[in-house]
Write a protein that binds this ligand. Structure first.
Ligand code: ACO
Length: 315
């Protein structure tokens, strides 16, 4: 399987760190030095569905693939527009797709999870071309009264068209059940039979625990991937990592001992957009002409679960 084209869409509303300081006990200096984030895009009068549609259409155009050529659409999201139907079904009309669609909730590793599902569908001969759209509205997920979490997140959609080819060399996952450090719950419903249903809860996170997990596991997983393919860290052109915190990116980069240019980032402009961070960054690199044939790329994400995903691509 290989990536045939990419697309992305960001909401028009820009929220700068100073805008948050207007209603939270925070400031630009704290947010930018601890996270690298200077601004994020947040949904206002747009819908998550409209972002997903824009990103999906852009990826099809970039790939030069017609909507009717797509055999499956896979959407990754931690919270779609509705719990049912899936966002993958809702975006089909606007994009002009006539195929099966389903949502995947893989947390921040969602895009890499979708690559793995797509690889299986293509390898089994059930599909030739698949559209993956990672669409996230973390502004609906976060508690905007909690300065320790809401300042981190933004909304975005990133997309890729994948098809038969030799580009994606390997995809791996790891998981360590740790609900205690990162968790958001769904509404409890009103079943008269439920005993003591837990109330709905916004995202709660023990930031330092997630930070330690992210640095140690991303480094470990990347190193294992490189070793398995007999590669040195400097053999990779781009490490496209989940954009959660600039300090996490820097910690992984310095452990790998590679140049800053190998670790592209856009977190300063987007914040953490969960599974959308990797395809949005891939699309920015692609449109800047940086993803050249023969380029070696490592994708790596970590998130709720806790889980990690790593992919090795040769373009
Ligand atoms: N503004 C000002 N002060 C703040 C803010 C804020 N926005 N948030 C917290 N503080 C305060 C705390 O209250 C604390 O004050 P205290 O010392 O008086 O108690 C102080 O700053 C330090 O807080 P820490 O939580 O220790 O700060 P830390 O250096 O760990 O940074 C952060 C917090 C940025 C969340 C960091 O731990 C982190 O990035 N962790 C990883 C989180 C992550 O990657 N999550 C992504 C996974 S989920 C997903 O991707 C969807």
């Amino acid at each position: 399987m290989k990536i045939l084209g990419t697309g992305s869409a960001l909401p028009k509303k820009v929220v700068k760190n100073d805008d948050l300081a207007a209603f939270l006990d925070t400031n630009d200096e704290w947010i930018s030095t601890r996270t690298g984030i200077r601004e994020r895009r947040v949904l206002s009068d747009e819908t998550l569905q409209s972002l997903a549609e824009r990103a999906g259409k852009a990826a099809l155009e970039n790939a030069g693939v017609a909507p009717e050529e797509i055999d499956y659409v896979l959407v990754t999201t931690v919270q779609a527009e509705t719990m049912s139907p899936a966002l993958a079904c809702d975006i089909q009309n606007a994009i002009g797709l006539k195929c099966m669609g389903m949502d995947i909730n893989g947390g921040c590793t969602g895009f890499i999870a979708a690559l793995a599902v797509a690889e299986g569908l293509i390898a089994s001969g059930r599909a030739k071309k698949i559209l993956i759209v990672s669409a996230e509205a973390l502004s609906r997920f976060a508690d905007w009264t909690d300065r320790s979490t809401c300042v981190l997140f933004g909304d975005a959609a990133g997309a890729a068209v994948v098809g038969e080819g030799e580009g994606i060399k390997d995809i791996r996952f790891a998981s360590e059940p740790r609900r205690d450090v990162l968790c958001a719950s769904t509404p409890p419903g009103n079943s008269p039979f439920a005993v003591d249903p837990a109330p709905a809860q916004y995202l709660k996170m023990q930031g330092q625990e997630v930070y330690k997990f992210a640095v140690s596991h991303s480094f470990r997983d990347i190193r294992e991937m490189l070793a398995y393919h007999d590669l040195q860290p400097e053999d990779i052109d781009f490490y496209v990592l989940h954009q959660a915190n600039m300090r996490i990116l820097e910690a992984v980069r310095t452990r790998l001992k590679v140049d800053e240019g190998c670790f592209p980032h856009n977190i300063e402009r987007t914040g953490n957009t969960s599974s959308a961070t990797i395809p949005v960054l891939l699309d920015e690199l692609n449109r800047a002409g940086k993803l050249k044939p023969g380029c070696r790329v490592i994708l790596n994400a970590f998130g709720a679960g806790l889980c990690t995903g790593t992919a090795y691509l040769e373009l």
